[in-house]
Write a protein that binds this ligand. Structure first.
Ligand code: GTP
Length: 305
């Protein structure tokens, strides 16, 4: 079975139904995050976990707020963000006529595809389908279709669940093959997780910063509390961390002769993590050379390279 993974974001003018749709897609396993995950520069709004795919929904700064629509200066930022995701969902409410705000966004999205090149696919999502009769919905679908070049046009209702599964299918269909980017279950994107990653990164770069310029990404896979605390009542945590480097030579640097350097890094990081979390920590450090899928500039960017 091929596994797909990647990022999507919803754009659309205010009130278009982006947040509600995100929640509907993510369903029970909602994993809204408050902070900034260390593996991506965008705020993760939610993750759809499936056996065959992981769809990470991220926020797009810039196109969400009306005032930013006026700021030409923000266009580059928006464009950057939109080209870093694998698929964009452009939300247009079924019950409102297409207006200048929608057209503005449509124009921005059209620029994602530089002439003659395939850009980020954009799926036009006609939201709030439950608010209009079938005939009106059909008319809106035609109007939206005429508004630009879309990879697909999908009507949905986040309210009653109409076509929500279908939209997931369509979005997943635009993701590249790749392993899950986040562990299943609740996304514990707590500040601790970010700080733990930072502590490991600092320890790993100590003394070799010049040799590993931008080539070290740290991903905290999990922080799990053991059921039995230590005898003195201090909680015990298993912390699993992956460090990604780009080349074998860099892996050798991180690990050091006979693993000596990695042990050192582990000890130093562990001491600091214990101080941070107030717990005894078993730190499981792995170093990996980024695989082919991670050589993809998009993927590397997400891992922080
Ligand atoms: N009837 C109906 N109402 C919906 C649906 N989706 C969203 N709404 C309503 O539309 C309003 C706006 O929805 P949001 O999800 O907050 O829209 P948004 O695009 O995230 O808005 P901003 O955060 O302002 O950009 C809310 O009052 C929702 O309850 C839907 O499928 N059906």
């Amino acid at each position: 079975m091929t596994h797909r993974s990647g990022f999507a974001c919803f754009v659309g003018r205010p009130n278009a139904g982006k947040s509600t749709l995100t929640n509907a897609l993510v369903g029970q396993k909602v994993a809204i995050t408050s902070g900034r995950p260390q593996t991506t520069r965008h705020v993760v709004r939610g993750i759809v976990h499936r056996d065959d795919a992981q769809l990470v929904l991220v926020d797009t700064p810039g196109l969400h707020r009306p005032r930013t629509l006026l700021g030409e200066r923000l266009n580059d930022l928006v464009r950057d963000t939109l080209t870093e995701v694998d698929v964009v969902g452009f939300c247009l409410p079924a019950n409102e006529k297409i207006g200048p705000g929608d057209r503005y966004i449509a124009e921005q999205l059209a620029r994602l595809a530089p002439e003659g090149r395939a850009g980020t696919p954009v799926v036009a999502v006609v939201t709030k389908a439950d608010l209009v009769p079938r005939g009106r919905l059909a008319e809106q679908l035609l109007a939206v279709d005429a508004l630009g070049e879309w990879a697909d046009v999908v009507p949905v209702s986040a309210r009653d669940g109409y076509q929500v599964g279908e939209l997931t299918e369509v979005l997943v269909g635009h993701l590249p093959e790749g392993p899950a980017l986040y562990p299943d279950g609740e996304l514990t994107d707590e500040p601790e997780q970010v700080m733990v990653a930072e502590l490991v990164r600092e320890a790993a770069l100590e003394g070799v910063r010049d040799e590993l310029p931008h080539s070290l990404a740290v991903v905290v896979d999990e922080i799990v509390e053991r059921e039995e605390p230590a005898r003195d009542g201090v909680p015990m945590l298993d912390v699993r961390v992956h460090m990604f480097v780009e080349r074998d030579s860099q892996k050798a640097i991180v690990i050091g002769r006979g693993g000596a350097r990695l042990r050192d890094v582990g000890t130093r990081a562990r001491t600091e993590i214990e101080a941070l979390l107030g717990a005894r920590v078993f730190l499981d450090l792995h170093v990996k050379v980024a695989k082919d899928w991670q050589r993809d500039p998009k993927q590397l960017g997400r891992l922080g390279f």
